[in-house]
Design a protein around this ligand. Structure first.
Ligand SMILES: O=P(O)(O)OC[C@H]1O[C@](O)(COP(=O)(O)O)[C@@H](O)[C@@H]1O
Ligand SMILES: [Mg+2]
Ligand SMILES: [Mg+2]
Length: 339
């Protein structure tokens, strides 16, 4: 009999979710496999310079970014962990141009896994929190051949989403559509233990997260919104706001999930061809599912992110997420401006 206050392990939590009918055995297995892969990534991240995993890999990805060694290693760890197939038909990743089909998985692979294997890459070499973000979709039934278009499902089609933050402690945050729950990695036992059940984001906040160095490139609704926050008590908002920017989406979103706030990566004039920096399928959608399940909101400035119909595997979107009332206000400023 587990003492009442002893945190339960992820495995038991998922069995309870299955018994409650929220997930089936295949999805439970898939989440377990992803969690195990994140344990290996956490191990590699923690080793840092001792593990020879810092620095550039000397290769680039389809985003036009220089890949870090840990970007490549994390991607490999997630692919290897899932290649035995069973529950999965294919994977898509920030670090892979195209999706990868799981050999011999089809037709029994019922799910598609999309991930950002290492989020916050610019923080790897300076020992600041980084993470892994993942999203799970159903693989359409009755298809002969898996194609890119099968991954282009709106965020509202997700059956599970999560992120693991590799910070002072390693935490896995998960939703399967019945609330948001956080698990802390017990390094001695090697298992994720439930340390926060049913997390809720307060509707109001005094904290915002944005890369202010891009301010001169912002469109008027953004200028107006941030000017009002910076005006604080003396301005129309009548209260002071504090700013934080980890430059790892997982770090900023985890803070918001823990104590509220708004995270913004808007569209700007720096590169008119780019509708934003963050990727819809394996950054914005999974984080939006988690934030909405915790009572927050998530928009592009104009529409709910999880209603966006994807058109490309690596498409980018503007992101406004977090405390509901704050996200609704900045979205209203954009809709009013009608840009
Ligand atoms: O460098 P900037 O402009 O501050 O952008 C930081 C943002 O870029 C990201 O690092 C992009 O993610 P990747 O590191 O996975 O490419 C986010 O985690 C973060 O929110
Ligand atoms: Mg990322
Ligand atoms: Mg990444």
């Amino acid at each position: 009999m587990t003492p009442a206050n002893k945190p339960i392990a992820l495995t038991r939590f998922l069995i309870e979710e299955q018994r409650a009918g929220h997930i089936n055995a295949d999805l439970r297995l898939l989440i377990e496999v992803v969690a195990r892969a994140c344990k290996s990534i956490s191990h590699a991240v923690n080793k840092g310079a001792l593990g020879g995993v810092l620095g550039d890999a000397g290769t680039g990805n389809i985003q036009g970014e220089a890949q870090k060694k840990l970007d490549v290693l994390s991607n490999e760890i997630l692919l290897e962990a899932n290649e035995w197939g069973g529950h999965l038909a294919g994977c898509a990743s920030e670090e892979m141009d195209d999706f990868s089909k799981i050999p011999n998985a089809y037709p029994k692979g019922h799910y598609l896994l999309l991930f950002d294997p290492l989020d916050g890459s610019s923080n790897i070499d300076v020992n600041i929190s980084v993470g892994t973000i993942f999203s799970v979709l159903r693989c359409p039934e009755g298809i002969d051949e898996l194609e890119t278009r099968h991954f282009l499902q709106s965020g509202s089609q997700q059956v599970a989403a999560g992120y693991t933050v590799y910070g002072p402690s390693t935490m896995l945050v998960l939703t399967v559509g019945s609330g948001v729950h956080a698990f802390t990695l017990d390094r001695e036992m090697g298992s994720f233990l439930l340390t926060a059940r049913d997390m809720k984001i307060p509707a109001d906040t005094k904290e915002f997260a944005i890369n202010m160095s891009n301010q001169r490139h912002w469109y008027p609704p953004m200028q107006k919104y941030i000017d009002e926050l910076l005006a604080g008590k003396t301005g129309p908002r009548g209260k002071d706001f504090n700013m934080r920017w980890v430059a790892s989406m997982v770090g900023d979103v985890h803070r918001i999930l823990t104590r509220g706030g708004i995270f913004i990566y808007p569209r700007d004039k720096k590169d008119l061809d780019k509708p934003g920096k963050l990727r819809l399928l394996y950054e914005a959608n999974p984080m939006s599912f988690i934030v909405e399940q915790a009572g927050g909101a998530s928009t592009t400035g104009y529409e709910r992110i999880m209603d966006v119909q994807p058109s490309a595997l690596h498409q980018r979107v503007p992101v406004f997420l977090g405390s509901k009332n704050e996200v609704e206000l900045v979205t209203k400023y954009h809709l009013d401006a009608g840009q």
